[in-house]
Design a protein around this ligand. Structure first.
Ligand SMILES: C[S@@+](CC[C@H](N)C(=O)[O-])C[C@H]1O[C@@H](n2cnc3c(N)ncnc32)[C@H](O)[C@@H]1O
Length: 217
């Protein structure tokens, strides 16, 4: 961790940080101090893309979660430098945040960009995008909320497409199904750049949480 990142954590965590302790349900409107839509980004890494998206869409709040402390300091620094008040940084496991600390129907979107691909077969069970995770996420997302994933690991992209397509709580926004073109609001991320340098193909997936009536019907 750089001195600048450590300094940002110390100064800005009390204002913009959230500790994931699983002890209480967070009212997201109170967390941001307004009723703007809230998008959860899981695994923001160093946060450059997160800061860019927050700057490009100040009317959307981003709750950004990662376990990586230097990245948390980096993102807090970027938020301060660019005067971004629509970012909150959560430290810990996104699953605990979703399960224990976020209320049903509290999120307007979910972003998962370049999650750890766990390429070895025996590690596939560690991948984030799995049916159980999607079922949990669906309960925290409002009907109509967008789920946006991207990966440069093609076997994982195929798995994401398969589990999202099969899940009854989500529908593909792409007519006829399949991968989506990268939406303009998503900047290139740090890990994406590394993947592209290696010649990897990047795939985006854009699904919508279906309406409750459709779910019960
Ligand atoms: C491969 S990096 C991608 C970072 C960034 N999105 C990018 O594209 O540059 C994946 C990130 O997910 C974080 N991560 C993995 N599992 C997580 C979890 N359960 N909760 C929160 N963050 C997690 C890691 O710490 C890491 O920073």
């Amino acid at each position: 961790m750089t001195a600048g990142q450590a300094d940002a954590l110390q100064r800005l965590w009390p204002k913009w940080g959230l500790d994931i302790d699983g002890q209480c349900v967070v009212e997201v409107g109170e967390l941001f101090g307004n009723d703007n839509p809230v998008v959860l980004e899981i695994g923001f890494g160093m946060g450059e893309a997160t800061a860019q998206m927050a700057a490009g869409d100040p009317g959307t709040n981003i709750l950004a979660v990662d376990v990586h402390t230097p990245g948390q300091g980096n993102l807090l620094n970027l938020a301060e430098q660019h005067g971004l008040t629509n970012i909150r940084v959560a430290n810990g496991d996104a699953i605990i945040l979703l399960r224990e600390m976020l209320a049903p129907d509290s999120l307007d979107g979910l972003r998962v960009y370049f999650p750890d691909p766990w390429p070895k077969k025996r590690h596939h069970k560690r991948r984030l995008i799995q049916p159980e995770f999607l079922s949990l996420a669906a309960t925290r997302l409002k009907p109509g909320a967008l789920v946006h994933c991207a990966t440069d690991w093609e076997p994982y992209a195929e798995q994401m497409l398969e589990v999202l397509t099969a899940h009854p709580d989500f529908e593909n926004t792409v007519p006829g199904g399949g991968f989506a073109p990268r939406p303009e609001f998503r900047p290139l991320t740090r890990f994406e750049g590394q993947g592209l340098d290696k010649g990897h193909v990047v795939n985006d997936l854009l699904f919508r949480r279906v309406q409750r009536e459709e779910r019960s019907g």
